[in-house]
Ligand binder design. Sequence first.
Ligand code: KIV
Ligand code: NA
Length: 264
Amino acid sequence: MSKIGINQLLKMKQEGIKFASITAYDATFAKLFDDEGMPVILIGDSLGMVMQGHSDTLPVTIDDMVYHTRCVRRGTSKALVIADLPFMTYADTQSACANAAKLMAAGASMVKIEGGDWLCDTVRHLNRNGVPVCAHLGLTPQSVHVFGGFRIQGRDEQQAEEIYHHALALQAAGAQLVVLECVPAALAERITKALRIPVIGIGAGNATDGQVLVMHDAFGVTSGYTPKFTKNFLAETGDVRAAVRQYMAQVADGSFPGPEQTFN
Ligand code: KIV
Ligand code: NA
């Protein structure tokens, strides 16, 4: 497979080919995922939890993201590499550009930011300066204290409507991908059909164009609370590479996420 870009993902959406993606934080796993043909690798600020042991993503700094982005980039040759801008590093357009520049210099090919239509200006500024943007809507973990906990979003009519309009606005502003986290499957399906750009779901049902999982969840190595929408592919296969292939295959054939991993 040659290098994956946004155009390959757009083509897959148009052809109805569902794609998997996964987080990585180091070169070894990034290379393993890349070798198995994972088209998208995300350096998530979830690293605050799975790498650093924090209980949320708020303590993650831009320097942490830069370090892990460099590590992942060294292991990746084909996958599209997306890195999260962490908490409070894109509160205004100037800091968004300055911090995105650090992630791009570290090897990211796109940055991801959490939030709705108030970020449209930021998306335009980043685009003008050569930085593609993935928007993240629904349960946006950097706002956990606003939500009062990690909980499903868009359950009531008005909230669902808001998320839908944020997605359209961000696409119009130039976002090239959307991550939808923890929303009812019907809302995710409606947004996926309305958008021209690919939608990647996590806890958003199987009608989105792609799926993403935190790698630790896909391997069942997270201790304590495990979210409903994850699946331990390692338990099913007994081998890390086979688990990655199983995850990609089940996303492609629509069997993951199944009803037991989906919010209605
Ligand atoms: O930080 C992360 O890992 C993420 C994904 C769960 C989408 O943002
Ligand atoms: Na994240």
